[in-house]
Design a protein around this ligand. Sequence first.
Ligand code: ADP
Ligand code: MG
Length: 710
Amino acid sequence: SMAPTSRPNDAEQRNLLNGTRPNFKNRRQQIQQQRRALPIASARIRLVEEIRKNDTLIIVGETGSGKTTQLPQYLFDAGFHRDGVIGVTQPRRVAAITVAKRVAEECDVMLGQKVGYAIRFEDATSSSTKIKYMTDGLLLREALLDPYLSKYSVIIVDEAHERTVQTDVLLGLLKNIQQERSRSVYVKNGNKTLEDSMQLDNKDDAQDKGFLKQCNGKKCSPLKLIIMSASLDAHVFSEFFGGAKAVHVQGRQYPVEVFYTHQPETDYIEATLITIFQIHLEEDPGDILVFLTGQEEIESVERLIQEYLQRLPEANRKLSAFPIFSSLPSEKQMKVFIPAPNGFRKVILATNIAETSVTIPGIKYVIDPGLVKARAYQARTGIESLAIVKTSKAQSLQRSGRAGREGPGKSYRLYPEYEFEKLANSTTPEIKRCNLSNVILQLKACGINDIMKFQFIDKPEGIAIMKSLESLYLLGALTEEGTLSDPLGHQMARLPLDPLYSKALVVASQFNCLDEMLISVAMLSVESIFYAPREKLEESRKALKFFSSPEGDHLTLLNVYRASEEFLKKNAGTSSVKAEKSLRRWCKENFINSRSLKHARDVHSQILRIVEQMGLQFASCGEDTLLFRRCLAASFFLKAALKQPDGTYRVLSSGLIVQIHPSSVLFRAKPECVVFDELVKTNNSYIRNVTRIDYLWLTELAPQLYAPEE
Ligand code: ADP
Ligand code: MG
C-alpha cells in the first residue's frame, strides 16, 4: 500500500507548487479571497442573526471551516464590540497566539490594537483591543478580579469539545455570570431597582427611561455566550445551557485514505521516521503532519530527521522540519504557517495542538502513532500523573481529517487496525482525571464556596473533590470551614500557579529564599531543561555533572539558571541579538535546551512582577541551601517519599510505590527521604525533579500531616 508512485520532475513540480502558492502581488486581496472561500463565509448572515436572537448559541463545525478566525470578525463587523470586548477562549496558548496574529493580519491591524491576545505570563492587548484571544485559564483568572466579566459583550468558548478542566469550569462559571448579568440592577439617580420589579419590556426601554444598567456598580450589558466545538455531539452543551440552540456549519472534507501497520510497532519513534522518509521519497508533493506527545520527543525527532537527511543524496534532502508545541516561543510557532521553499516538503512535528486547535495549510499526509500525553488522576490516592496514553477513536479521526483539508490525503496510523477497534470512542473530560486543587482554589477565590453545588457540565467524583479540599486545607489555603484563609489562601489564589508552587513561594518569603524558589518554580514550569541526544549520552552526562548538586534536582536547576545569568553578565557589553546567540551556543555546549531556558527566564520575570506586587519578602539564602530544602519540605510535603529496603520509594501521603527517574541527579545516591515535583507513569511510576530532605523536617514543618500520633 506504500508503493512508490510516479513523481513529477523538478520543473513540473515547480509549476505545480506555483499554482497553489500565495501570489505575493497583493497579500491583502489574497487574504480577503481566502476568507470568502472558507466554508463558514456562506453562513455568515445566518450566524450573526442567530447570535442576535439567542443569548447562548452552540456552533458546531469541522476543523478548518473558519470558526475561530472568522466568527469574531463577523461579530465585530456587526457591531457587537460596541457593548464590550469580544473574548475568545482557547484551551492552548499556541492557538491563542497564532490565531490572534492571523486575525490581526486579516484585519490589517497591528497585533495588540484592535486584535490582541493574552495568555498566562504574556499580555498583547491594549485599551483599544476589541477582539481578544486568550486561554480559558486566563479568563478564569480575570473572573477573580471582575466577577461579572463586565468588560466583555460576547464570550466565545472555543474548542469546547476538548473538555479541558479549565473549559469545563469556565462553562459553569459563565452560566452563572450570564444569569447574573441578565438580571442585574438598574440605577437611576443613584437609586437601584431590580429589572424584575421595574416591569420593563426590554433593556432599551430602561435606557429610554434614564436607567443605567449596572453589574456590581459597573455599567454592564447582558452577556452573549457562544460555545464552539468541532465534535458533533453538541447536545451535551445544549443541555447544560437549558436547551440552547445549536447550529452546524458545513465543512469541506476530501477523502483520506487510512493505512495501518501489520504489527504493533515496538519503537514508534523509529516507525515515525521511516514513514516520514517513505512519504518524502515516494509520494506526491504535499506536507506531512506528525503527531507526537511532547517537546522532548519532537526535538529528538527533529534531530533524527537532520541526521537521516545527511545520509541521503543531495537531491533528496529537500525536506524541512518545523516543530509546534505550547511552550515554543511564538516567533518559532508561526513558522509552521510559512509555505516551504520551492521544491521543499515541510514536515510539521506537532503535539495534539494540531488536532483541532490550529489548522495548518498544505497538509496532505498525516502520521499518527496513536499516542497522547494526558493527565491521569487516581482519586483514591490523590496522585496525579502525566502519562502517555492511547488516543480515542474521535482523536484518531480528527488527526486523519487534517490530511483532507485541501484535497484527498493519506493518513498513516502506526498501529494495527485491530488496535483501532479497541480504542475508546471519545476522551474522558479532563475534569474527571485530574487533581482539582487548582480549580477549587480559583472557584473559592471567585466566591463560590459550595463546590459540591457548583454546576459542572460533568461532575467530578465526590471523592476527587474531597481529596482536593483536603489537600488545600493541609496546605493552609482553606480554613476548617472551607473558606479561603487569610492571608495565605488569598495570596496563593493570586499566583497563577499550581497551589504547591504558590505555597512554596509564599513560604519562601518567610524562609528568606524567595530568590531561589522563584528560579526553581520558573525552571519547573517548563519542559525539560536538559537534553541528552542518544549519540552523545556520555558527553551530556558530563555536562550535567558540572551543574549537578548532591542535594538534588531543584538546586541543580538553580545552578543552571545562575550559570546562564553569569554567562549573560560576562557578555553584557554586546548587543542583545549577539548575547542571545552566544547564550544559545553556551546552551548547546552544555546540553541545555535553550528554548526551555528562554521560556523559564520569561516565566521568571513574569512571576517576579506578581510577587513584587503582592509585597512578598524578597531575599536569598545564599550558600545556606539547607534553608531552601527546608522550604521545599514545608511546601511539597504532599509529595514526599521515603526509601524502602528494596531501594524503591513510598509516597507518604498515598502509599504509592515509585522510583526515582533515571534523569535525576539522585538516581544513584538514593537518599532516605525526598520531595518531588512530578510523577510520571510509563511501565513504572517514576518521580522527577527530586530533592533530598530530612524526614524529621516533615514532622516539624507539616505536623498537620506528619505529627506522630500520641
Ligand atoms: P476552525 O476554527 O473552524 O478550525 P480556523 O478559523 O482556525 O478554522 O481556520 C480557518 C482557515 O484559516 C484554515 O483553513 C487555516 O488554514 C487558515 N489559517 C488559520 N491560521 C492561519 C495562519 N496563521 N496562517 C495561514 N493560514 C491560517
Ligand atoms: Mg478553531
